[in-house]
Design a protein around this ligand. Structure first.
Ligand code: ZN
Length: 468
């Protein structure tokens, strides 16, 4: 019981701190309202068109500032997506992340300037396009009908576990107005006698005149013109009740969303069903938990493959809670050397398996490691398939990379580090078997490390750079 109360309190606090004065910025397109009104008065013969789960692809766009800072964290996004599917379970909608997340660096978009240009520029056809931005004063999110079939925009402070903003905006996307729609111009009577032609046009959502955030249950005394006191339903996502109160769409709302998806928005249903098998958790392999003094240029995180996983989410945090690496990869190892890890700090890392339809598995237990100073690692791959010369080499001179391997994949990444693990050169290269030239930048004299890697191979070499 104590846990319940604590949890409830936490939810209330978060809902008030984010949501109390932050509203939805949606203006429902008039043509959508006309469509809805017509559907509600003349329901199609087969009103409930659903059969089985309806898989809806979402293209996520995460907005950061111009420097690529402030991005919404993937871990939260994946948890929110799982919760969203719980919220839509009764509707038989199933949303999934389609393809990679699109990251956009733009300080204007981040604060809500130029939203329609953003949507026009980045919308991907055949998807619900969802944009996650930084704070926009007074707003939690909005749906817009255009351009390019519209989008939902979600403010990151209103998008977390226990929030209803995402479900609410998707409700708009699939044609639902607010439950208080028309309360001033065309109000619904409490007795429901005009429910298909007034208010939100639904008969199983009671008259609601509350166009401000309210905590549930409603204890006020607003009346309709017949003198009946309103009894708004705080459980409905399309109301402005506090997030913690909202848990559902009404039956008629579900049916209309279903009709909308299978007619007006049936372009969303052109993909094959996503993989959504359960997968369990990942086992971490290397570096073993708690290992310290690992040369900072040699840290490769590795975990076991998981049956059914199409990709993995890797999170590396610098203690206590700063996310340094936040990547989704189809590999089961990750080279950290370009990630700016610092010598002597403790890092925690964890992994979870995912497939397109399932981002809901648990993360592995967290392991830790502590980087030490960079060191020579010529022994890592000592198979004579690669030589680098001259060595020592003068700063600014060309370096020759001689490749003897017949199966060398031509596209590779060439990186150069100093002894502190700082990347001083990072370049995509196209190497062939034989001699390949690399134009070195001007560098201080000293020991450096070359790492050349392809999808399936990594070569390390130590070189000495001299100043003339
Ligand atoms: Zn709204």
């Amino acid at each position: 019981m104590k846990i319940c109360i604590t949890l409830l309190f936490a939810l209330l606090v978060s809902s008030f701190s984010f949501g109390q004065n932050q509203l939805c910025g949606t203006e429902m397109p008039q043509e959508t309202l006309d469509w809805l009104k017509q559907i509600q008065q003349n329901p199609p013969p087969v009103k409930d068109a659903r059969s089985g789960l309806l898989y809806v692809p979402i293209k996520f766009h995460i907005i950061g500032d111009d420097t690529g800072g402030q991005y919404y964290k993937k871990e939260t996004l994946f948890a929110v997506l799982c919760e969203l599917n719980d919220q839509f379970a009764a509707s038989n909608f199933y949303f999934y992340k389609s393809g990679n997340i699109n990251y956009i660096k733009n300080s204007n978009y981040y604060v809500g300037i130029g939203g329609s240009i953003m949507i026009n520029t980045y919308n991907i056809e055949g998807h619900v396009n969802a944009y996650i931005t930084g704070p926009i004063p007074g707003l939690c999110g909005y749906f817009t009908g255009g351009p390019k079939k519209g989008a939902v925009v979600l403010i990151k402070g209103c998008l977390g576990k226990g929030n209803s903003t995402f479900a609410h905006e998707l409700g708009h996307y699939f044609s639902l107005p607010h439950t208080f729609n028309g309360w001033q111009s065309n109000p619904e009577f409490v007795n429901g006698s005009n429910c298909t032609t007034a208010g939100d046009f639904f008969c199983d959502t009671p008259a609601d005149y509350l166009d401000y955030r309210w905590s549930c249950p409603y204890t006020g005394s607003k009346t309709d013109t017949l003198g009946d006191t309103i009894k708004p339903d705080h459980t409905l996502f399309m109301s402005y009740a506090s997030d913690v109160c909202c848990t559902r769409f009404s039956g008629e709302q579900q049916t209309v969303m279903n009709i909308n998806l299978t007619t007006t928005r049936n372009y969303l249903l052109n993909f094959s069903d996503p993989a959504m098998d359960p997968m369990g958790t990942s086992n971490l392999l290397k570096p073993i938990d708690g290992l310290s003094n690992i040369p900072v240029n040699q840290i490769i995180l590795e975990w076991d493959p998981v049956t059914g996983a199409e990709e993995y989410h890797l999170v590396v945090k610098k203690q206590p809670n700063m996310v340094i690496i936040d990547v989704v990869t189809s590999n089961t190892k990750y080279y950290t050397s370009a990630s700016g890890l610092l010598v002597g700090y403790t890092y925690e890392w964890k992994v979870k398996p995912m497939n397109a339809g399932n981002t809901c598995e648990d993360y592995s237990p967290e392991w830790t490691f502590i980087p030490g100073f960079a060191s020579a690692i010529d022994d890592a791959v000592e198979d004579n398939s690669l030589f680098i010369y001259p060595n020592p080499v003068s700063s600014g001179q060309d370096l020759i990379v001689l490749i003897n391997s017949y199966d060398f994949d031509n596209d590779a990444t060439f990186q150069l580090y100093d002894v502190n693990g700082q990347v001083v050169m990072n370049q995509q290269v196209h190497f062939n078997q034989g001699e390949n030239n690399v134009d070195l930048p001007e560098l201080y004299a000293g020991v450096y490390f070359v790492r050349l890697y392809t999808d399936d191979k990594t070569y390390y070499k130590r070189i000495m750079i001299l100043n003339d």
